[in-house]
Design a protein around this ligand. Structure first.
Ligand code: ADP
Ligand code: ADP
Ligand code: ZN
Length: 216
């Protein structure tokens, strides 16, 4: 199964992709995580991406397409993957079509996570994750069962993204509206788009995605 989770920053893409990965053995491919790893490693890509990400703009298509192309060819993607944060422009979507086509693969579904923009800032500024295993949390909406300890790995170090602040959110929303939202009609025209209510509780959103995938 090849799946795209599509929605603005804070819509819940990463949260749901983590759950689907654990449950169905689909590999979560987050271009945001890949870029943050590149920034942390100080690679050439990381140096290019750092300032762009801090401003809430999009990294050039060519760099992102190269990352995904390398990744989907690896063995752990053979049984399927969930694209979380890619594609974000029509040019990226066209490149993805070419990549899949050249392997004889097809996209199964694009799940649109429909959310109320007014709720997204609160989701984004309260977001943090486990520094050891990457599990996502929220100050209000998803606390660890035992404060200060990761539910999954027991780790006690947590990280917050530098771009998760109210100022950057405005730029990221604008980038979503102008560059990413055109993907909705792009995929609707191909008959693969399905919408879920991203404002529902996390478990409910997950059930909606399962039912879209025919796995409930
Ligand atoms: P995205 O990957 O789309 O940017 P995340 O999955 O990281 O979004 O979610 C953003 C924040 O909102 C996280 O802290 C997450 O715990 C929280 N969150 C995700 N889904 C929901 C939901 N349905 N209701 C409330 N909070 C949510
Ligand atoms: P969010 O979870 O809030 O939607 P991501 O972690 O997916 O954010 O992305 C963080 C930042 O990384 C983006 O604001 C952008 O600068 C960059 N980025 C991630 N994916 C892409 C992409 N497919 N194309 C261009 N830039 C990207
Ligand atoms: Zn952890």
């Amino acid at each position: 199964m090849k799946l795209i989770l599509l929605g603005p920053p804070g819509a819940g893409k990463g949260t749901q992709a983590q759950r689907l990965q654990d449950r169905y053995g689909l590999r979560q491919l987050s271009t945001g995580d890949m870029l943050r790893a590149a920034v942390a490693s100080g690679s050439e890509l990381g140096l290019t991406a750092k300032g762009i990400m801090e401003r809430g703009e999009l990294v050039p298509d060519g760099l992102i397409v190269g990352l995904i192309e390398d990744r989907i060819g690896q063995a752990d993607c053979a049984s399927g993957f969930i694209l979380d944060g890619f594609p974000r422009t029509v040019a990226q979507a066209e490149a993805l079509d070419r990549m899949l086509g050249s392997r004889g693969w097809k996209l199964d579904k694009v799940v649109e996570m429909d959310v109320d923009e007014a709720a997204l800032t609160a989701r984004i500024v309260g977001r943090f994750s486990c520094g050891k295993c990457g599990t996502g949390y929220h100050d209000v909406f998803k606390k660890a069962a035992k404060a200060g300890l990761c539910d999954v790995c027991g780790g006690s170090e947590f990280t917050r993204r530098k771009d998760d602040n109210a100022e950057t959110v405005t730029a990221r929303m604008a980038a979503y509206r102008s560059q990413t939202a055109p993907l909705l009609p792009y995929y609707a025209a191909r008959g693969v788009l399905a919408k879920v209510d991203g404002m529902a509780a996390m478990d409910d959103v997950y059930r909606q995605i399962e039912s879209v995938l025919g796995k409930s």
